[in-house]
Design a protein around this ligand. Structure first.
Ligand code: NDP
Length: 254
């Protein structure tokens, strides 16, 4: 394997402190990217940057919250101050929220999911695109979900939020195509991470049920989602924009 998908690309990853985001930091750095990591848990980010630098990668982090415009801007500002530009971004930060029947959902659950999953991606797109335009373009991948393409019971705000990520992806791809910015999304199926460990831990039998509903019969490893994102962010697919790529073992194909 060549390990050169992202050589020289200054690449921002949100939600890099765990799960798919941390896997993306490792995969992108191994593919030659200079990575800028952001999330709220500083100890995780510091340890990951230390690990990546130890392997010879260029890496930096800033603690920020994507639900604010300032938080998203801080991550982009770090890319510019540390590496001089922003070439690529993986807008991955997101939360799952409790699984509850829609008629019992509280305002708090709805608001927190929408704030991180939708406003967070919007804030990041705004800051990233503003930074990419003067450089002549860039590539962005948003992390949606199979829940951005089909319904899953007892997760209405999450499903709505991930459909909105698809909408933001398509809108931004359309609006900036002529300015050299490609915007795509990945739609992971169930992936091993803290979100799913929590769900599976609290719901015995759920993992087996989910696996039985997936043609490949298993959950994804976070590196498998990161690999798809790396390819979409790379220059290997220059005519791809506005697409949503399921990384789901065949789940939405059924
Ligand atoms: P994790 O909980 O491991 O990762 C979520 C990441 O988002 C963490 O790094 C967390 O960092 C960060 N985050 C959460 N809220 C904020 C915030 N307000 N500001 C900045 N960062 C924030 O779960 P996953 O890796 O599974 O999730 C990553 C993405 O993948 C999410 O968008 C999720 O919806 C999506 N996804 C996951 C699937 C799965 O089965 N795991 C399936 C489909 C999609 P911190 O707490 O340090 O801020």
């Amino acid at each position: 394997m060549s390990n050169d998908l992202l050589i020289g690309k200054v690449t921002l990853i949100t939600g890099a402190s765990s799960g798919i985001g941390a896997a993306a930091a490792r995969v992108f750095a191994a593919e030659g990217a200079s990575v800028v990591l952001t999330a709220r848990r500083e100890d995780r980010l510091a340890a990951l940057v230390h690990e990546l630098r130890g392997k010879g990668a260029e890496a930096a982090y800033v603690v920020s919250d994507v639900t604010t415009g300032e938080g998203a801007a801080a991550a982009v500002d770090l890319a510019l101050s540390e590496f001089g530009r922003l070439d690529a971004a993986f807008n991955n930060a997101g939360i799952g929220g409790d699984r509850t029947p829609l008629h019992l959902m509280t305002d708090d659950v709805y608001d927190s999911i929408m704030d991180v999953n939708v406003r967070g991606v919007f804030n990041c797109l705004r800051a990233e695109i503003a930074a990419m335009l003067p450089g002549g373009g860039g590539t962005i991948v948003n992390n949606s979900s199979v829940g951005g393409l089909v319904a899953i019971p007892t997760a209405a705000p999450y499903i709505a939020s991930k459909h909105a990520v698809v909408g933001l992806t398509r809108a931004a791809a359309d609006e900036y195509a002529k300015q050299g910015i490609r915007v795509n999304a990945v739609a992971p199926g169930t992936t091993r991470s803290e979100i799913t460990a929590d769900w599976f831990g609290r719901n015995p039998g759920l993992e087996e049920l989910v696996n039985s509903m997936t043609p490949q019969g298993r959950t994804a490893e976070p590196e498998e989602v990161a690999a798809a994102a790396a390819w979409l962010l790379s220059d290997r697919c220059p005519f791809l924009t506005g697409t949503v790529l399921p990384v789901d073992g065949g789940f939405v194909n059924q």
